[in-house]
Design a protein around this ligand. Structure first.
Ligand code: ATP
Ligand code: MG
Length: 654
């Protein structure tokens, strides 16, 4: 990307916080000033939310950048902070997890239950010879044992590496080998789309290539037949027979808590390393501030999978550190019907929902009449994470799920940042649809040009972080050099996130997607996000992915792959007319420079397993190249359909 990004999309709608929420909000505007006055003292106060066995000597050691140490000399136990202290405070009977299995079974787990389960798992792992510093791979469906396994590792100082349960044997064995894990915790299977989906055979194949693995602990979830090896142990015979008493030992604030591999949208997954004290401080603070969590009354639901960083930080560590009551759901949103999410919200009177734009756009495609059938009046706050959220998807979410009265917080962060970095504060910020607004108190983010100069309001460029933050990644596991090269080499002294962003006239931040996705059309840098948002602002469009394809006259030309909303007629002439109308619509919204050369109406888009659009594959299609690596795709058959459609559609030149 040269110079700056064009700033094409203008959005003037703005929604102040509801008065009632603002009056009782956990965090007020004063937090920005307090943090600005003394950033480190601010974070030290947030660390005071946790129970430390030993106070730190120094808040931040940044003497050897980019290798940070937070709360140096401090000691704590992460699992103790998520469990024991709540029970000790008399909240053992509070529900920690309302769990819903896909087939309709359910469990209610209190903090006392979760502590007992975690203590059993900690004792069992210790009996298997696991000691502090060992690595444990976790490959589980969305069942409570996934949280228990993570907390048990934290409790004994073992470093977990959770691998999403949809990954292949190759992906799993690569991750096990990279971390030289000693134990894998898995299940016979889990329920996906109405049927049991096996996990154990994948583990067996992976483990056969991983000599470091000594034991495989297997939770029985589906009851399906499994092959058995001499490394295998049943969870119910090992963990559930262990003592429920376990005394947590304190570890150093910088003790490794987990390794998590990034989703691999762009390149070979990187093993992002997070440590204990700073990480827990920032996830606890942000969960309190951004979701305005009231642990006594809220029912919180983050619909992410535990295999992604969102599940680590905002299902396990943040909510549990804060003593939240939460819903956890095993399955897919359309099983057994497309109202499942809303039915669960109605049943558990969920007050806070945190989900992804891909899900919101899918719900748009299915139609608002589905959520309309449920009582969603318990909801008071909505969150979004994972991709830029288009203004129209944001509005749809607010209107149809939040029924017009819930603030929407668009939260920007990454596996690498560990916790939310840029987001509205629900009781403070008058949010704009599609903008993540401002860095949180204590966070210093900026948008810079090629030369690392801060861009003025109204300009676009590269998103950077100027100061270290408590939950920052400490390195890439086993590869300090790649850590420095990937994140700290583009701009001297700044963390470069890989994302493009712009500042609007008020200085609020708009995330524009990855800089790798930016298009260069007739000398203008145009973000895919803005063109996608313009398309989604048309009432017939649910979702769109835009790529730049090589073009003899303009350098790159804009090619859009667009999913119409459920009720829209796309056959024959109606389809042709819609395409013409959409090209005109983009031209009117953003200017003629952004008019797509070509629009393809498609039924699905290629997405990663975490639901992000894979534009590089669409670029391959748009340029008639053979497809690149499709192994991280959710459903690789989608690409065959799109490629076939592309070949049969003639390009529609002006
Ligand atoms: P990889 O780095 O391996 O390609 P990934 O970046 O998709 O994988 P994550 O760390 O899960 O893996 O995702 C972080 C990225 O998601 C951010 O860098 C950004 O591109 C995007 N993102 C997350 N939240 C938002 C948001 N609120 N607005 C815009 N983009 C977001
Ligand atoms: Mg990334």
């Amino acid at each position: 990307m040269s110079e700056t990004l064009a700033n094409l999309l203008q959005e003037t709608r703005q929604f102040p916080p509801p008065a009632e929420l603002a009056a009782a909000a956990n965090v007020t505007a004063a937090a920005y000033d307090e943090a600005a006055a003394d950033r480190l003292a601010f974070w030290a106060r947030q660390a005071g939310r946790l129970d430390w066995s030993k106070e730190w000597d120094e808040i931040l050691d940044w003497s050897n950048p980019p290798f940070a140490k937070w709360f140096v000399g401090g000691q704590l136990n992460v699992a103790y902070n998520c469990l024991d202290r709540h029970v000790a405070a008399g909240n053992g009977d509070r529900v920690a997890i309302h769990w819903e299995g896909e087939p309709g079974d359910n469990r209610t787990i209190t903090y006392a239950d979760l502590l007992a389960m975690t203590s059993q798992a900690a004792n069992a792992l210790t009996d298997l010879g696991v000691v502090a510093g060992d690595r444990i791979a976790i490959y589980l469906p969305m069942i409570p044992e996934a949280a228990v396994a993570m907390l048990a590792c934290a409790r004994i100082g073992a470093t977990h590496s959770v691998v999403f349960g949809g990954f292949s044997a190759d992906s799993l064995s690569n991750r096990i080998q990279d971390a030289t894990a000693k134990v894998v915790i898995t299940a016979d299977g889990g329920y996906r789309r109405g049927k049991p989906s096996a996990l154990k055979p994948t583990v067996d194949e992976a483990v056969s290539r991983c000599p470091s693995i000594e034991h495989v602990l297997v939770v029985r979830r589906t009851g399906q037949d499994v092959a058995w090896t001499d490394k295998d142990l049943w969870w119910h015979e090992t963990v559930e027979t262990a003592s429920t008493e376990h005394t947590a030992e304190a570890f150093d604030a910088e003790h490794p808590l987990f390794i998590l591999y990034t989703s691999g949208t762009t390149a070979k997954p990187k093993g992002i390393l997070h440590t204990s004290g700073g990480y827990l401080t920032q996830v606890a603070y942000t969960h309190h501030a951004v979701f305005d969590l009231k642990p006594e009354t809220d029912v919180y639901w983050c619909s992410a999978d535990i295999g992604w960083v969102t599940g680590h930080s905002y299902i396990v560590y943040g909510p549990l550190a804060n003593g939240a009551t939460q819903l956890m759901y095993e399955g897919t949103p359309d099983t057994p019907h497309r109202g499942r999410f809303w039915e669960l919200i109605q049943k558990h009177k969920v007050t806070i929902l945190y989900t992804a734009p891909t899900l919101i756009r899918t719900m748009m495609k299915w139609g608002a009449d589905i959520p309309d059938q449920y009582d969603l009046s318990s909801l008071r706050l909505l969150g979004s994470v994972g991709e830029p959220i288009n203004p129209e998807a944001w509005m749809w979410y607010r209107e149809n799920i939040g029924r017009g009265g819930c603030p929407v917080v668009d939260t920007w962060w990454q596996t690498e940042t560990g916790a939310i970095m840029i987001s509205p504060l629900p009781g403070v910020t008058a949010a704009k649809p599609g903008s993540a607004m401002r860095p949180l108190p204590g966070i210093s983010a900026d948008v810079v040009d090629d030369q690392a100069g801060s861009v003025p309001n109204g300009g676009g460029g590269f998103l950077v972080l100027r100061e270290p933050w408590p939950s920052m990644l400490r390195t890439i596991w086993g590869d300090d050099e790649r850590f420095v090269d990937t994140y700290w080499s583009r701009f001297e002294g700044l963390y470069f996130a890989g994302d493009g962003a712009k500042k609007d006239d008020d200085g609020d931040l708009w995330l524009l997607g990855r800089v790798d996705d930016v298009m260069l059309v007739s000398g203008h840098n145009i973000s895919t996000t803005e063109v996608e948002s313009a398309l989604v602002s048309h009432p017939s469009v649910a979702e769109s992915a835009v790529v730049g394809a090589t073009d003899p006259t303009t350098g790159q030309a804009i090619v859009a792959f667009t999913i119409p909303r459920g009720s829209v007629d796309t056959s024959g002439e109606a389809g042709e007319a819609l395409i013409a109308e959409l090209r005109e619509h983009v031209s009117k919204t953003l200017g003629p420079i952004a008019k797509p050369r070509q629009i393809m109406l498609v039924a699905e888009l290629p997405k990663t397993r975490s639901g992000k659009i894979m534009r590089r594959l669409l670029r391959d299609v748009a340029e008639n190249r053979s497809l690149g690596d499709v192994t991280t795709l959710q459903d690789s058959s989608v690409m065959d359909l799109i490629s076939a459609g592309m070949r049969s559609s003639k390009s529609d030149e002006d």
